[in-house]
Write a protein that binds this ligand. Sequence first.
Ligand SMILES: Nc1ncnc2c1ncn2[C@@H]1O[C@H](COP(=O)(O)OP(=O)(O)OP(=O)(O)O)[C@@H](O)[C@H]1O
Ligand SMILES: [Mg+2]
Length: 543
Amino acid sequence: WAESLGAKNAHIADALTGKPLEVLKQCVAINVTGDSQLLGTHDVRGLTDWLHSMHAARLDGKGLGEIAAALLTAPPAAGKTTLISQAVVLALERAELVPIVIRVQLLLTRLRGAQHDEFTSTWNWVDAYLKLVHAQQPVLYRMLRQAMMARRALLLIDGLDEGGVNRTEIERHIVEVLTQQGHIVLCTSRPAGVDAVRFSGFRRLQLAPLSDDQQREALTQRLGSAGVEALMPFVQRMLLDVETGERVTANPLVLSMVASVFEIRKGVDMPNTIAKLYESASEAMLARGGVLSTNMRTLLEAALFEAHAAQARVITEEQLYRAALAVFASSGTIAWLDQQYRADAERLPALERAVKQLTSEEREAVAAVRERVAEDKLPLLSLLQIEPLQMQSSHLSFQEYFAARAICSGKYRFHEGSRPPWQWPAFWSNAVKLGAEMGDAFGNGLIKTAGLGEVLNLSKGKLGGDRATSIAAVAQLMRGLKSLDLSENKLNANEVKELAGAIIANASLTSVNLLGNHFDTKDASMLLKVKEEKPMLRTLCGL
Ligand SMILES: Nc1ncnc2c1ncn2[C@@H]1O[C@H](COP(=O)(O)OP(=O)(O)OP(=O)(O)O)[C@@H](O)[C@H]1O
Ligand SMILES: [Mg+2]
C-alpha cells in the first residue's frame, strides 16, 4: 500500500502539458510562513517534522491536551495540493506515521451519495469514507482503521474550500471530532471563507508566493537555462496582482502556464491578463487531445458551468446529462424533468432518456466527451472513475475560468433556488475575479444568467454570503444595471470604496442608493465627487 500511495504522490502532472514532475526534486520547495510557535518550519520538510514531533511527544505521554493540527491556507493554484503530495512522500520515507490523504471534493461526493448513512454510524467520517472507497479491499481498510485507532495516522485533508454546500459541516467535523479524538491533522484551504474562530486551536500557516529566485528556479527546471534567459524579460513585464502586489507569476500555476504559452507562441503576442492567459492555456490543452467539434466544446463549457453552479468540483453522469440538455434541448426541459422526477433514483434514467432524444450529432458529442476523458485525451478534464462516471477539471481554476466564460455568453441560467450573486459564498470568488477581467460581457451575462432586469433592489440586508465575494459580484452586476438599491446593508467604508470604484468605471447606471450604511462624511464627500464626474448618474444615495 505504501508503494502505491508513494507512486501516486511521487509525481504531479503539469497542469498544461501533463508532463510528470517529481514532487521532491522537480518542484521547488515553496516557503511556509505563519505561526511563530512552529519554529523552524520554513517549508514542507519543517512542517512534516513538526507533525511527526507531535506524535513523538505523545508517545512520551506529553502534550496530550494539545491539538495536533495545522491549517495551511494559500490562494488558488499556490501549490497546496502539491505540498500534500510532498508531505506524503516525506512521511513514507520516515515510515513512522501512516499518511491518509482525503480530498474534500471526493469526501463530498460520498457524503452526498447514496450511502451517506455510513457517515452517521461510525466514530469519524474519515473511517466512513475509507470504508466506502476501499470496499473492495477490506484488508487495506482495516489496516488504515488500525492506524487511526492507534493514533498513528497522519490525516492530510486537502481543499476545505471545495466542500461546497457541506463545507461548514465538514469543517466542524474536523475541528470537533477528528482533532478531539487525537488524530494528527493537516488541512489546506484557499483563504476565502475560512472561519478564523473555528480554527483558533489550529496552528495557522500560509504558503508564500514564489520569490524571484524560486520563479527562476522553477523555470530553469522546466525550460533549461537558455529558455529562462529568453523568457525572463517577459516575466518581468507581467502584471502585478491587484491584491497581493506580487507579480502574477509568483503563483506556480500561472508561472507554468506562462512557460507553456511562451513555448507555443515562441514568445510573441503574449497575453496580458490572467483571463487571457487561461484562454491561451486552455486552447493549447484542448488542441493537445485532437480535434474538438463545436458541440463538444459547448458541452464542455456547459458541464463546467453546471458543476460550478452546483458548487461542486466533481462532474457526475447527472451533471453531464444536465449540461447536454441545457445546451441542446428546448428550454425548460430540465425544469420539467426535475418536477416530474423528484427521487434521485428516477431522475437519472429520465435525464438519460431525454438525452437519447437529442439529434445524433448532439448525442455523439456526449459520447465523445466520455470516451475522450476515459482515454485521457481531453486534457482539461481528468477521469476519477469510469462507472458511474466521475470526472473533474484538471485544476479548479480552469472550471472557474470556463464558468466565467459561460456566464459571459448569457446562454445559461442558474437553477431555481440557487443562491443569487449578491449572496454568493467564497466558492465563487475566483470566478468573479476572472470574470471582472473579461469586461462588460461578464456583468451583462451575469444579469442574464441570474434572470435579472435593469433594476435591482437589494435594500434592507439582502446582501449576504461571503461579503468580499458578494460585493465583488454586485460590482460586476452594476456593469449592466440602470438602477441599484443597496440601502441598509451595513456597508462599511471599504465596501463603499470598492463600490464607488465600480461606479466610476460604469457607463449604464442612472441611480444608485447607498443610504443607511456605515460611512462617514469623508466617504460622503468622496461619493459626491464621483457623482460630479458622472453626468449620467442622476441620483447617488439621494445626494
Ligand atoms: N512546488 C511547486 N513547484 C513547481 N510547480 C508547482 C509547485 N506547486 C504547484 N505547482 C504548479 O501549480 C499547479 C497548481 O498547484 P496545486 O494544484 O498544488 O495548487 P492548489 O494550491 O492546490 O490549488 P487549489 O486552491 O485550486 O486547490 C500545479 O499543477 C503545478 O503545475
Ligand atoms: Mg488543490
